[in-house]
Write a protein that binds this ligand. Structure first.
Ligand code: QAP
Ligand code: CO
Length: 171
């Protein structure tokens, strides 16, 4: 089932998500719906709060060398914790909840992640490149933060102006 995606400036996006405690069928169906929703809107990452569910769950599906997304590369991440962040990189980010806007954001270059999978089993992964960036972007959603909050004052002003204009044109 494709779920509606909440977009900025909806205040729900500012909610801090709560830990997942039940790794049951309801969670599994929700994760399946998240995947369908993300793929249908051409996303590479989605946090549960973006579809109005304030739980600490996110999914990522990083495209391969040919730019193809495959379900084999789907990672479902529950209750994540970042360890050993190292280095810094700039990357032009976007967000399904901030459609049509992209801007450079600074992130850690590499990190270790501890999390649980859909069965509640503890997992670890080492991330770099786009995966590391996407993990940080999605974990920010769990804290109620959007990438536009990391922009400098002037770039944020540019964003507000452009975004409001785009919203008006849609109506
Ligand atoms: C987060 O973002 C991310 O504006 C995932 O019109 C972004 O999937 C992680 C999208 C950059 C790492 C690097 C955005 C689709 C998708 C749009 C997305 C749009 C259509 C964003
Ligand atoms: Co996002």
């Amino acid at each position: 089932m494709i779920l509606p995606i909440i977009t900025y400036p909806n205040k729900q996006l500012k909610v801090r998500s709560s830990a997942v405690v039940n790794f049951d069928d309801l969670l599994h169906r929700f994760l399946d719906d998240m995947f369908e929703t993300m793929m249908s809107s051409n996303g590479i990452g989605l946090a549960a709060i973006q579809v109005a569910n304030p739980i600490r769950a996110l999914i990522l599906c990083i495209p391969d060398e040919e730019g193809e997304q495959s379900k084999e590369n789907l990672i479902e991440i529950i209750n994540p914790v970042i360890h050993d962040p190292k280095g810094n990189v700039l990357y032009q980010e976007g967000c399904l909840s901030v459609p049509g806007f992209y801007e450079d954001v600074e992130r850690f270059e590499t990190l270790m992640l501890q999390y649980q999978n859909r069965h509640g089993e503890p997992c670890t992964l080492e991330a770099n490149e786009l995966l590391a960036i996407a993990i940080q972007h999605e974990i920010d959603h769990l804290e109620g933060k959007l990438f536009i909050e990391k922009l400098t004052y002037n770039r944020r002003k540019k964003f507000e102006k452009e975004y409001k204009k785009a919203l008006k044109e849609k109506k």
